[in-house]
Design a protein around this ligand. Structure first.
Ligand SMILES: *Cc1c(COP(=O)(O)O)cnc(C)c1O
Length: 400
């Protein structure tokens, strides 16, 4: 793998994101296999994790649907060839106008607040709507990404179900789906199952459901010792409960999921070149040709991406702090044991498929990285490196 990545870095330059389609396909198959005893299963890949159109086409080829959070993601999905019926739109805090525009495209709408629900239902009682419930279950691994708890901005609180039912009755709108997304990291399957029970209880109050969407939050390991969501065990337990629920509900519903991280995180690596090795009195810094403008997760969430020196994979291990070239603190790793680093070496950051490129910016007026997809064993450029024209693209120069 190191050999191939080095070749790719020398061909396409650095910094560079590289994804491997085989890993994505394996994760997709793992998930569908874990739920193979559910008659109607729908996996909607969460576009915001990695939104390159070639990646979306790969998901289309697997039979996946899409989970989107903006009209632009919807448009990307349509451009990638998805049918509108295979896209669900789960925004938070967007305008009624944007929701109406997405509904016009034939995409499944998911509404997460009572105000918009009432306005939408009054104007468009015939357009089926899914509702996002907040079961107030704390399932996340990090306070920034735990969205189910009591003071979260996401979803309609289960304590407001009576209000919700009144809106549905008054507007005669059609609720065809019920949804939750409790947080980005499921560490404990029992917590997830507990939230699911709340969703089932709520579901009983709606007579025309077609699907129940359990969101996502499947955890993947970032560093040694990290827990990974046991999909196989979750599959067994939730399948049992879901099939039981369908019997009492009197209808074979569709079970939907919308994972992002689980499907793409491990498929990606980020490659960057070491510009400077800087020895201070206390620390050895390796400074790469990148920064939090290209990979913000360590600075934003404290995420620990494993870093390997693929130029010298069997060199003597030493301690390094890996930092970037941005003119403020941008630390990727503090005093990490890494095989000896020399200027010019290529470092490989693992688990860089999800929420990495999609969160990249032009801070410090740097170009965003290029992206490569290894498909059928061959590397394909799927996004060109930016150029100076891209930096100037939308700037308007006035005479001063
Ligand atoms: C971000 C998001 C997801 C995907 O979460 P992961 O942790 O990447 O699996 C799913 N559903 C909704 C509504 C989201 O906002």
């Amino acid at each position: 793998m190191s050999e191939q990545l080095l070749k790719i870095a020398s061909k396409f330059g650095s910094p560079l994101y590289v994804y491997d389609s085989e890993t994505i396909i394996n994760q997709y198959n793992r998930l569908t296999k874990a739920f193979s005893k559910v008659k109607n299963l729908k996996v909607n890949y969460a576009v915001k994790a990695l939104s390159n159109i070639s990646i979306l086409k790969l998901f289309k080829s697997l039979g996946s649907g899409l989970d989107t959070v903006s009209i632009q993601e919807v448009q990307l999905g349509l451009k990638a060839g998805f049918n509108p019926e295979d896209i669900i739109y789960t925004p938070n805090g967007v305008s009624l106008e944007e929701i109406e525009n997405v509904a016009k495209l034939g995409v499944q709408i998911n509404i997460d607040n009572l105000s918009i629900l009432e306005q939408f239902g009054t104007k468009h009682p015939n357009i089926p709507v899914c509702i996002r419930i907040n079961p107030h279950v704390m399932a996340g691994g990090n306070t920034n990404i735990s969205v189910g708890h009591i003071d979260s901005k996401f979803g309609i609180s289960i304590h407001q179900i009576p209000l919700l039912l009144r809106i549905v009755e008054n507007t005669k709108m059609n609720i065809n789906g019920i949804h939750m997304h409790t947080g980005s990291d499921i560490l404990d399957i029992d917590v997830f199952l507990y939230a699911s029970e709340i969703l089932f209880e709520t579901a009983k109050q709606f007579k025309n459901l077609e699907f129940i969407d359990f969101g996502s939050g499947f955890k993947v390991p970032y560093k040694e010792g990290d827990i990974e969501t046991n999909i196989e065990e979750l599959g067994k337990k939730l399948t049992h409960r879901f099939n039981e629920f369908c019997k009492t509900y009197g209808k074979e519903l569709t079970l939907a999921f919308e994972p992002g991280k689980f499907l793409v995180s491990q498929s990606g690596v980020f490659l960057a070149k070491v510009n400077v090795v800087k020895q201070t009195t206390s620390t050895v810094f390796a400074q790469i040709d990148s920064g939090f403008n290209h990979l913000i997760r360590p600075m934003l969430y404290g995420s620990q991406h494993e870093i390997i020196n693929i130029t010298n994979p069997s060199g003597r291990e030493r301690f390094y702090s890996i930092v970037g070239y941005i003119c403020e603190t941008d630390t990727f790793a503090n005093n990490r044991r890494i095989n000896e680093i020399k200027e010019g070496d290529i470092l490989c950051f693992k688990n860089a498929g999800a929420y990495c490129f999609t969160m990249a910016s032009n801070y410090n007026s740097r170009y965003r990285p290029a992206e490569v997809l290894i498909h059928n064993g061959k590397p394909n450029l799927i996004r060109k490196r930016e150029t100076f024209e891209d930096i100037l693209q939308n700037q308007v120069e006035i005479s001063i």
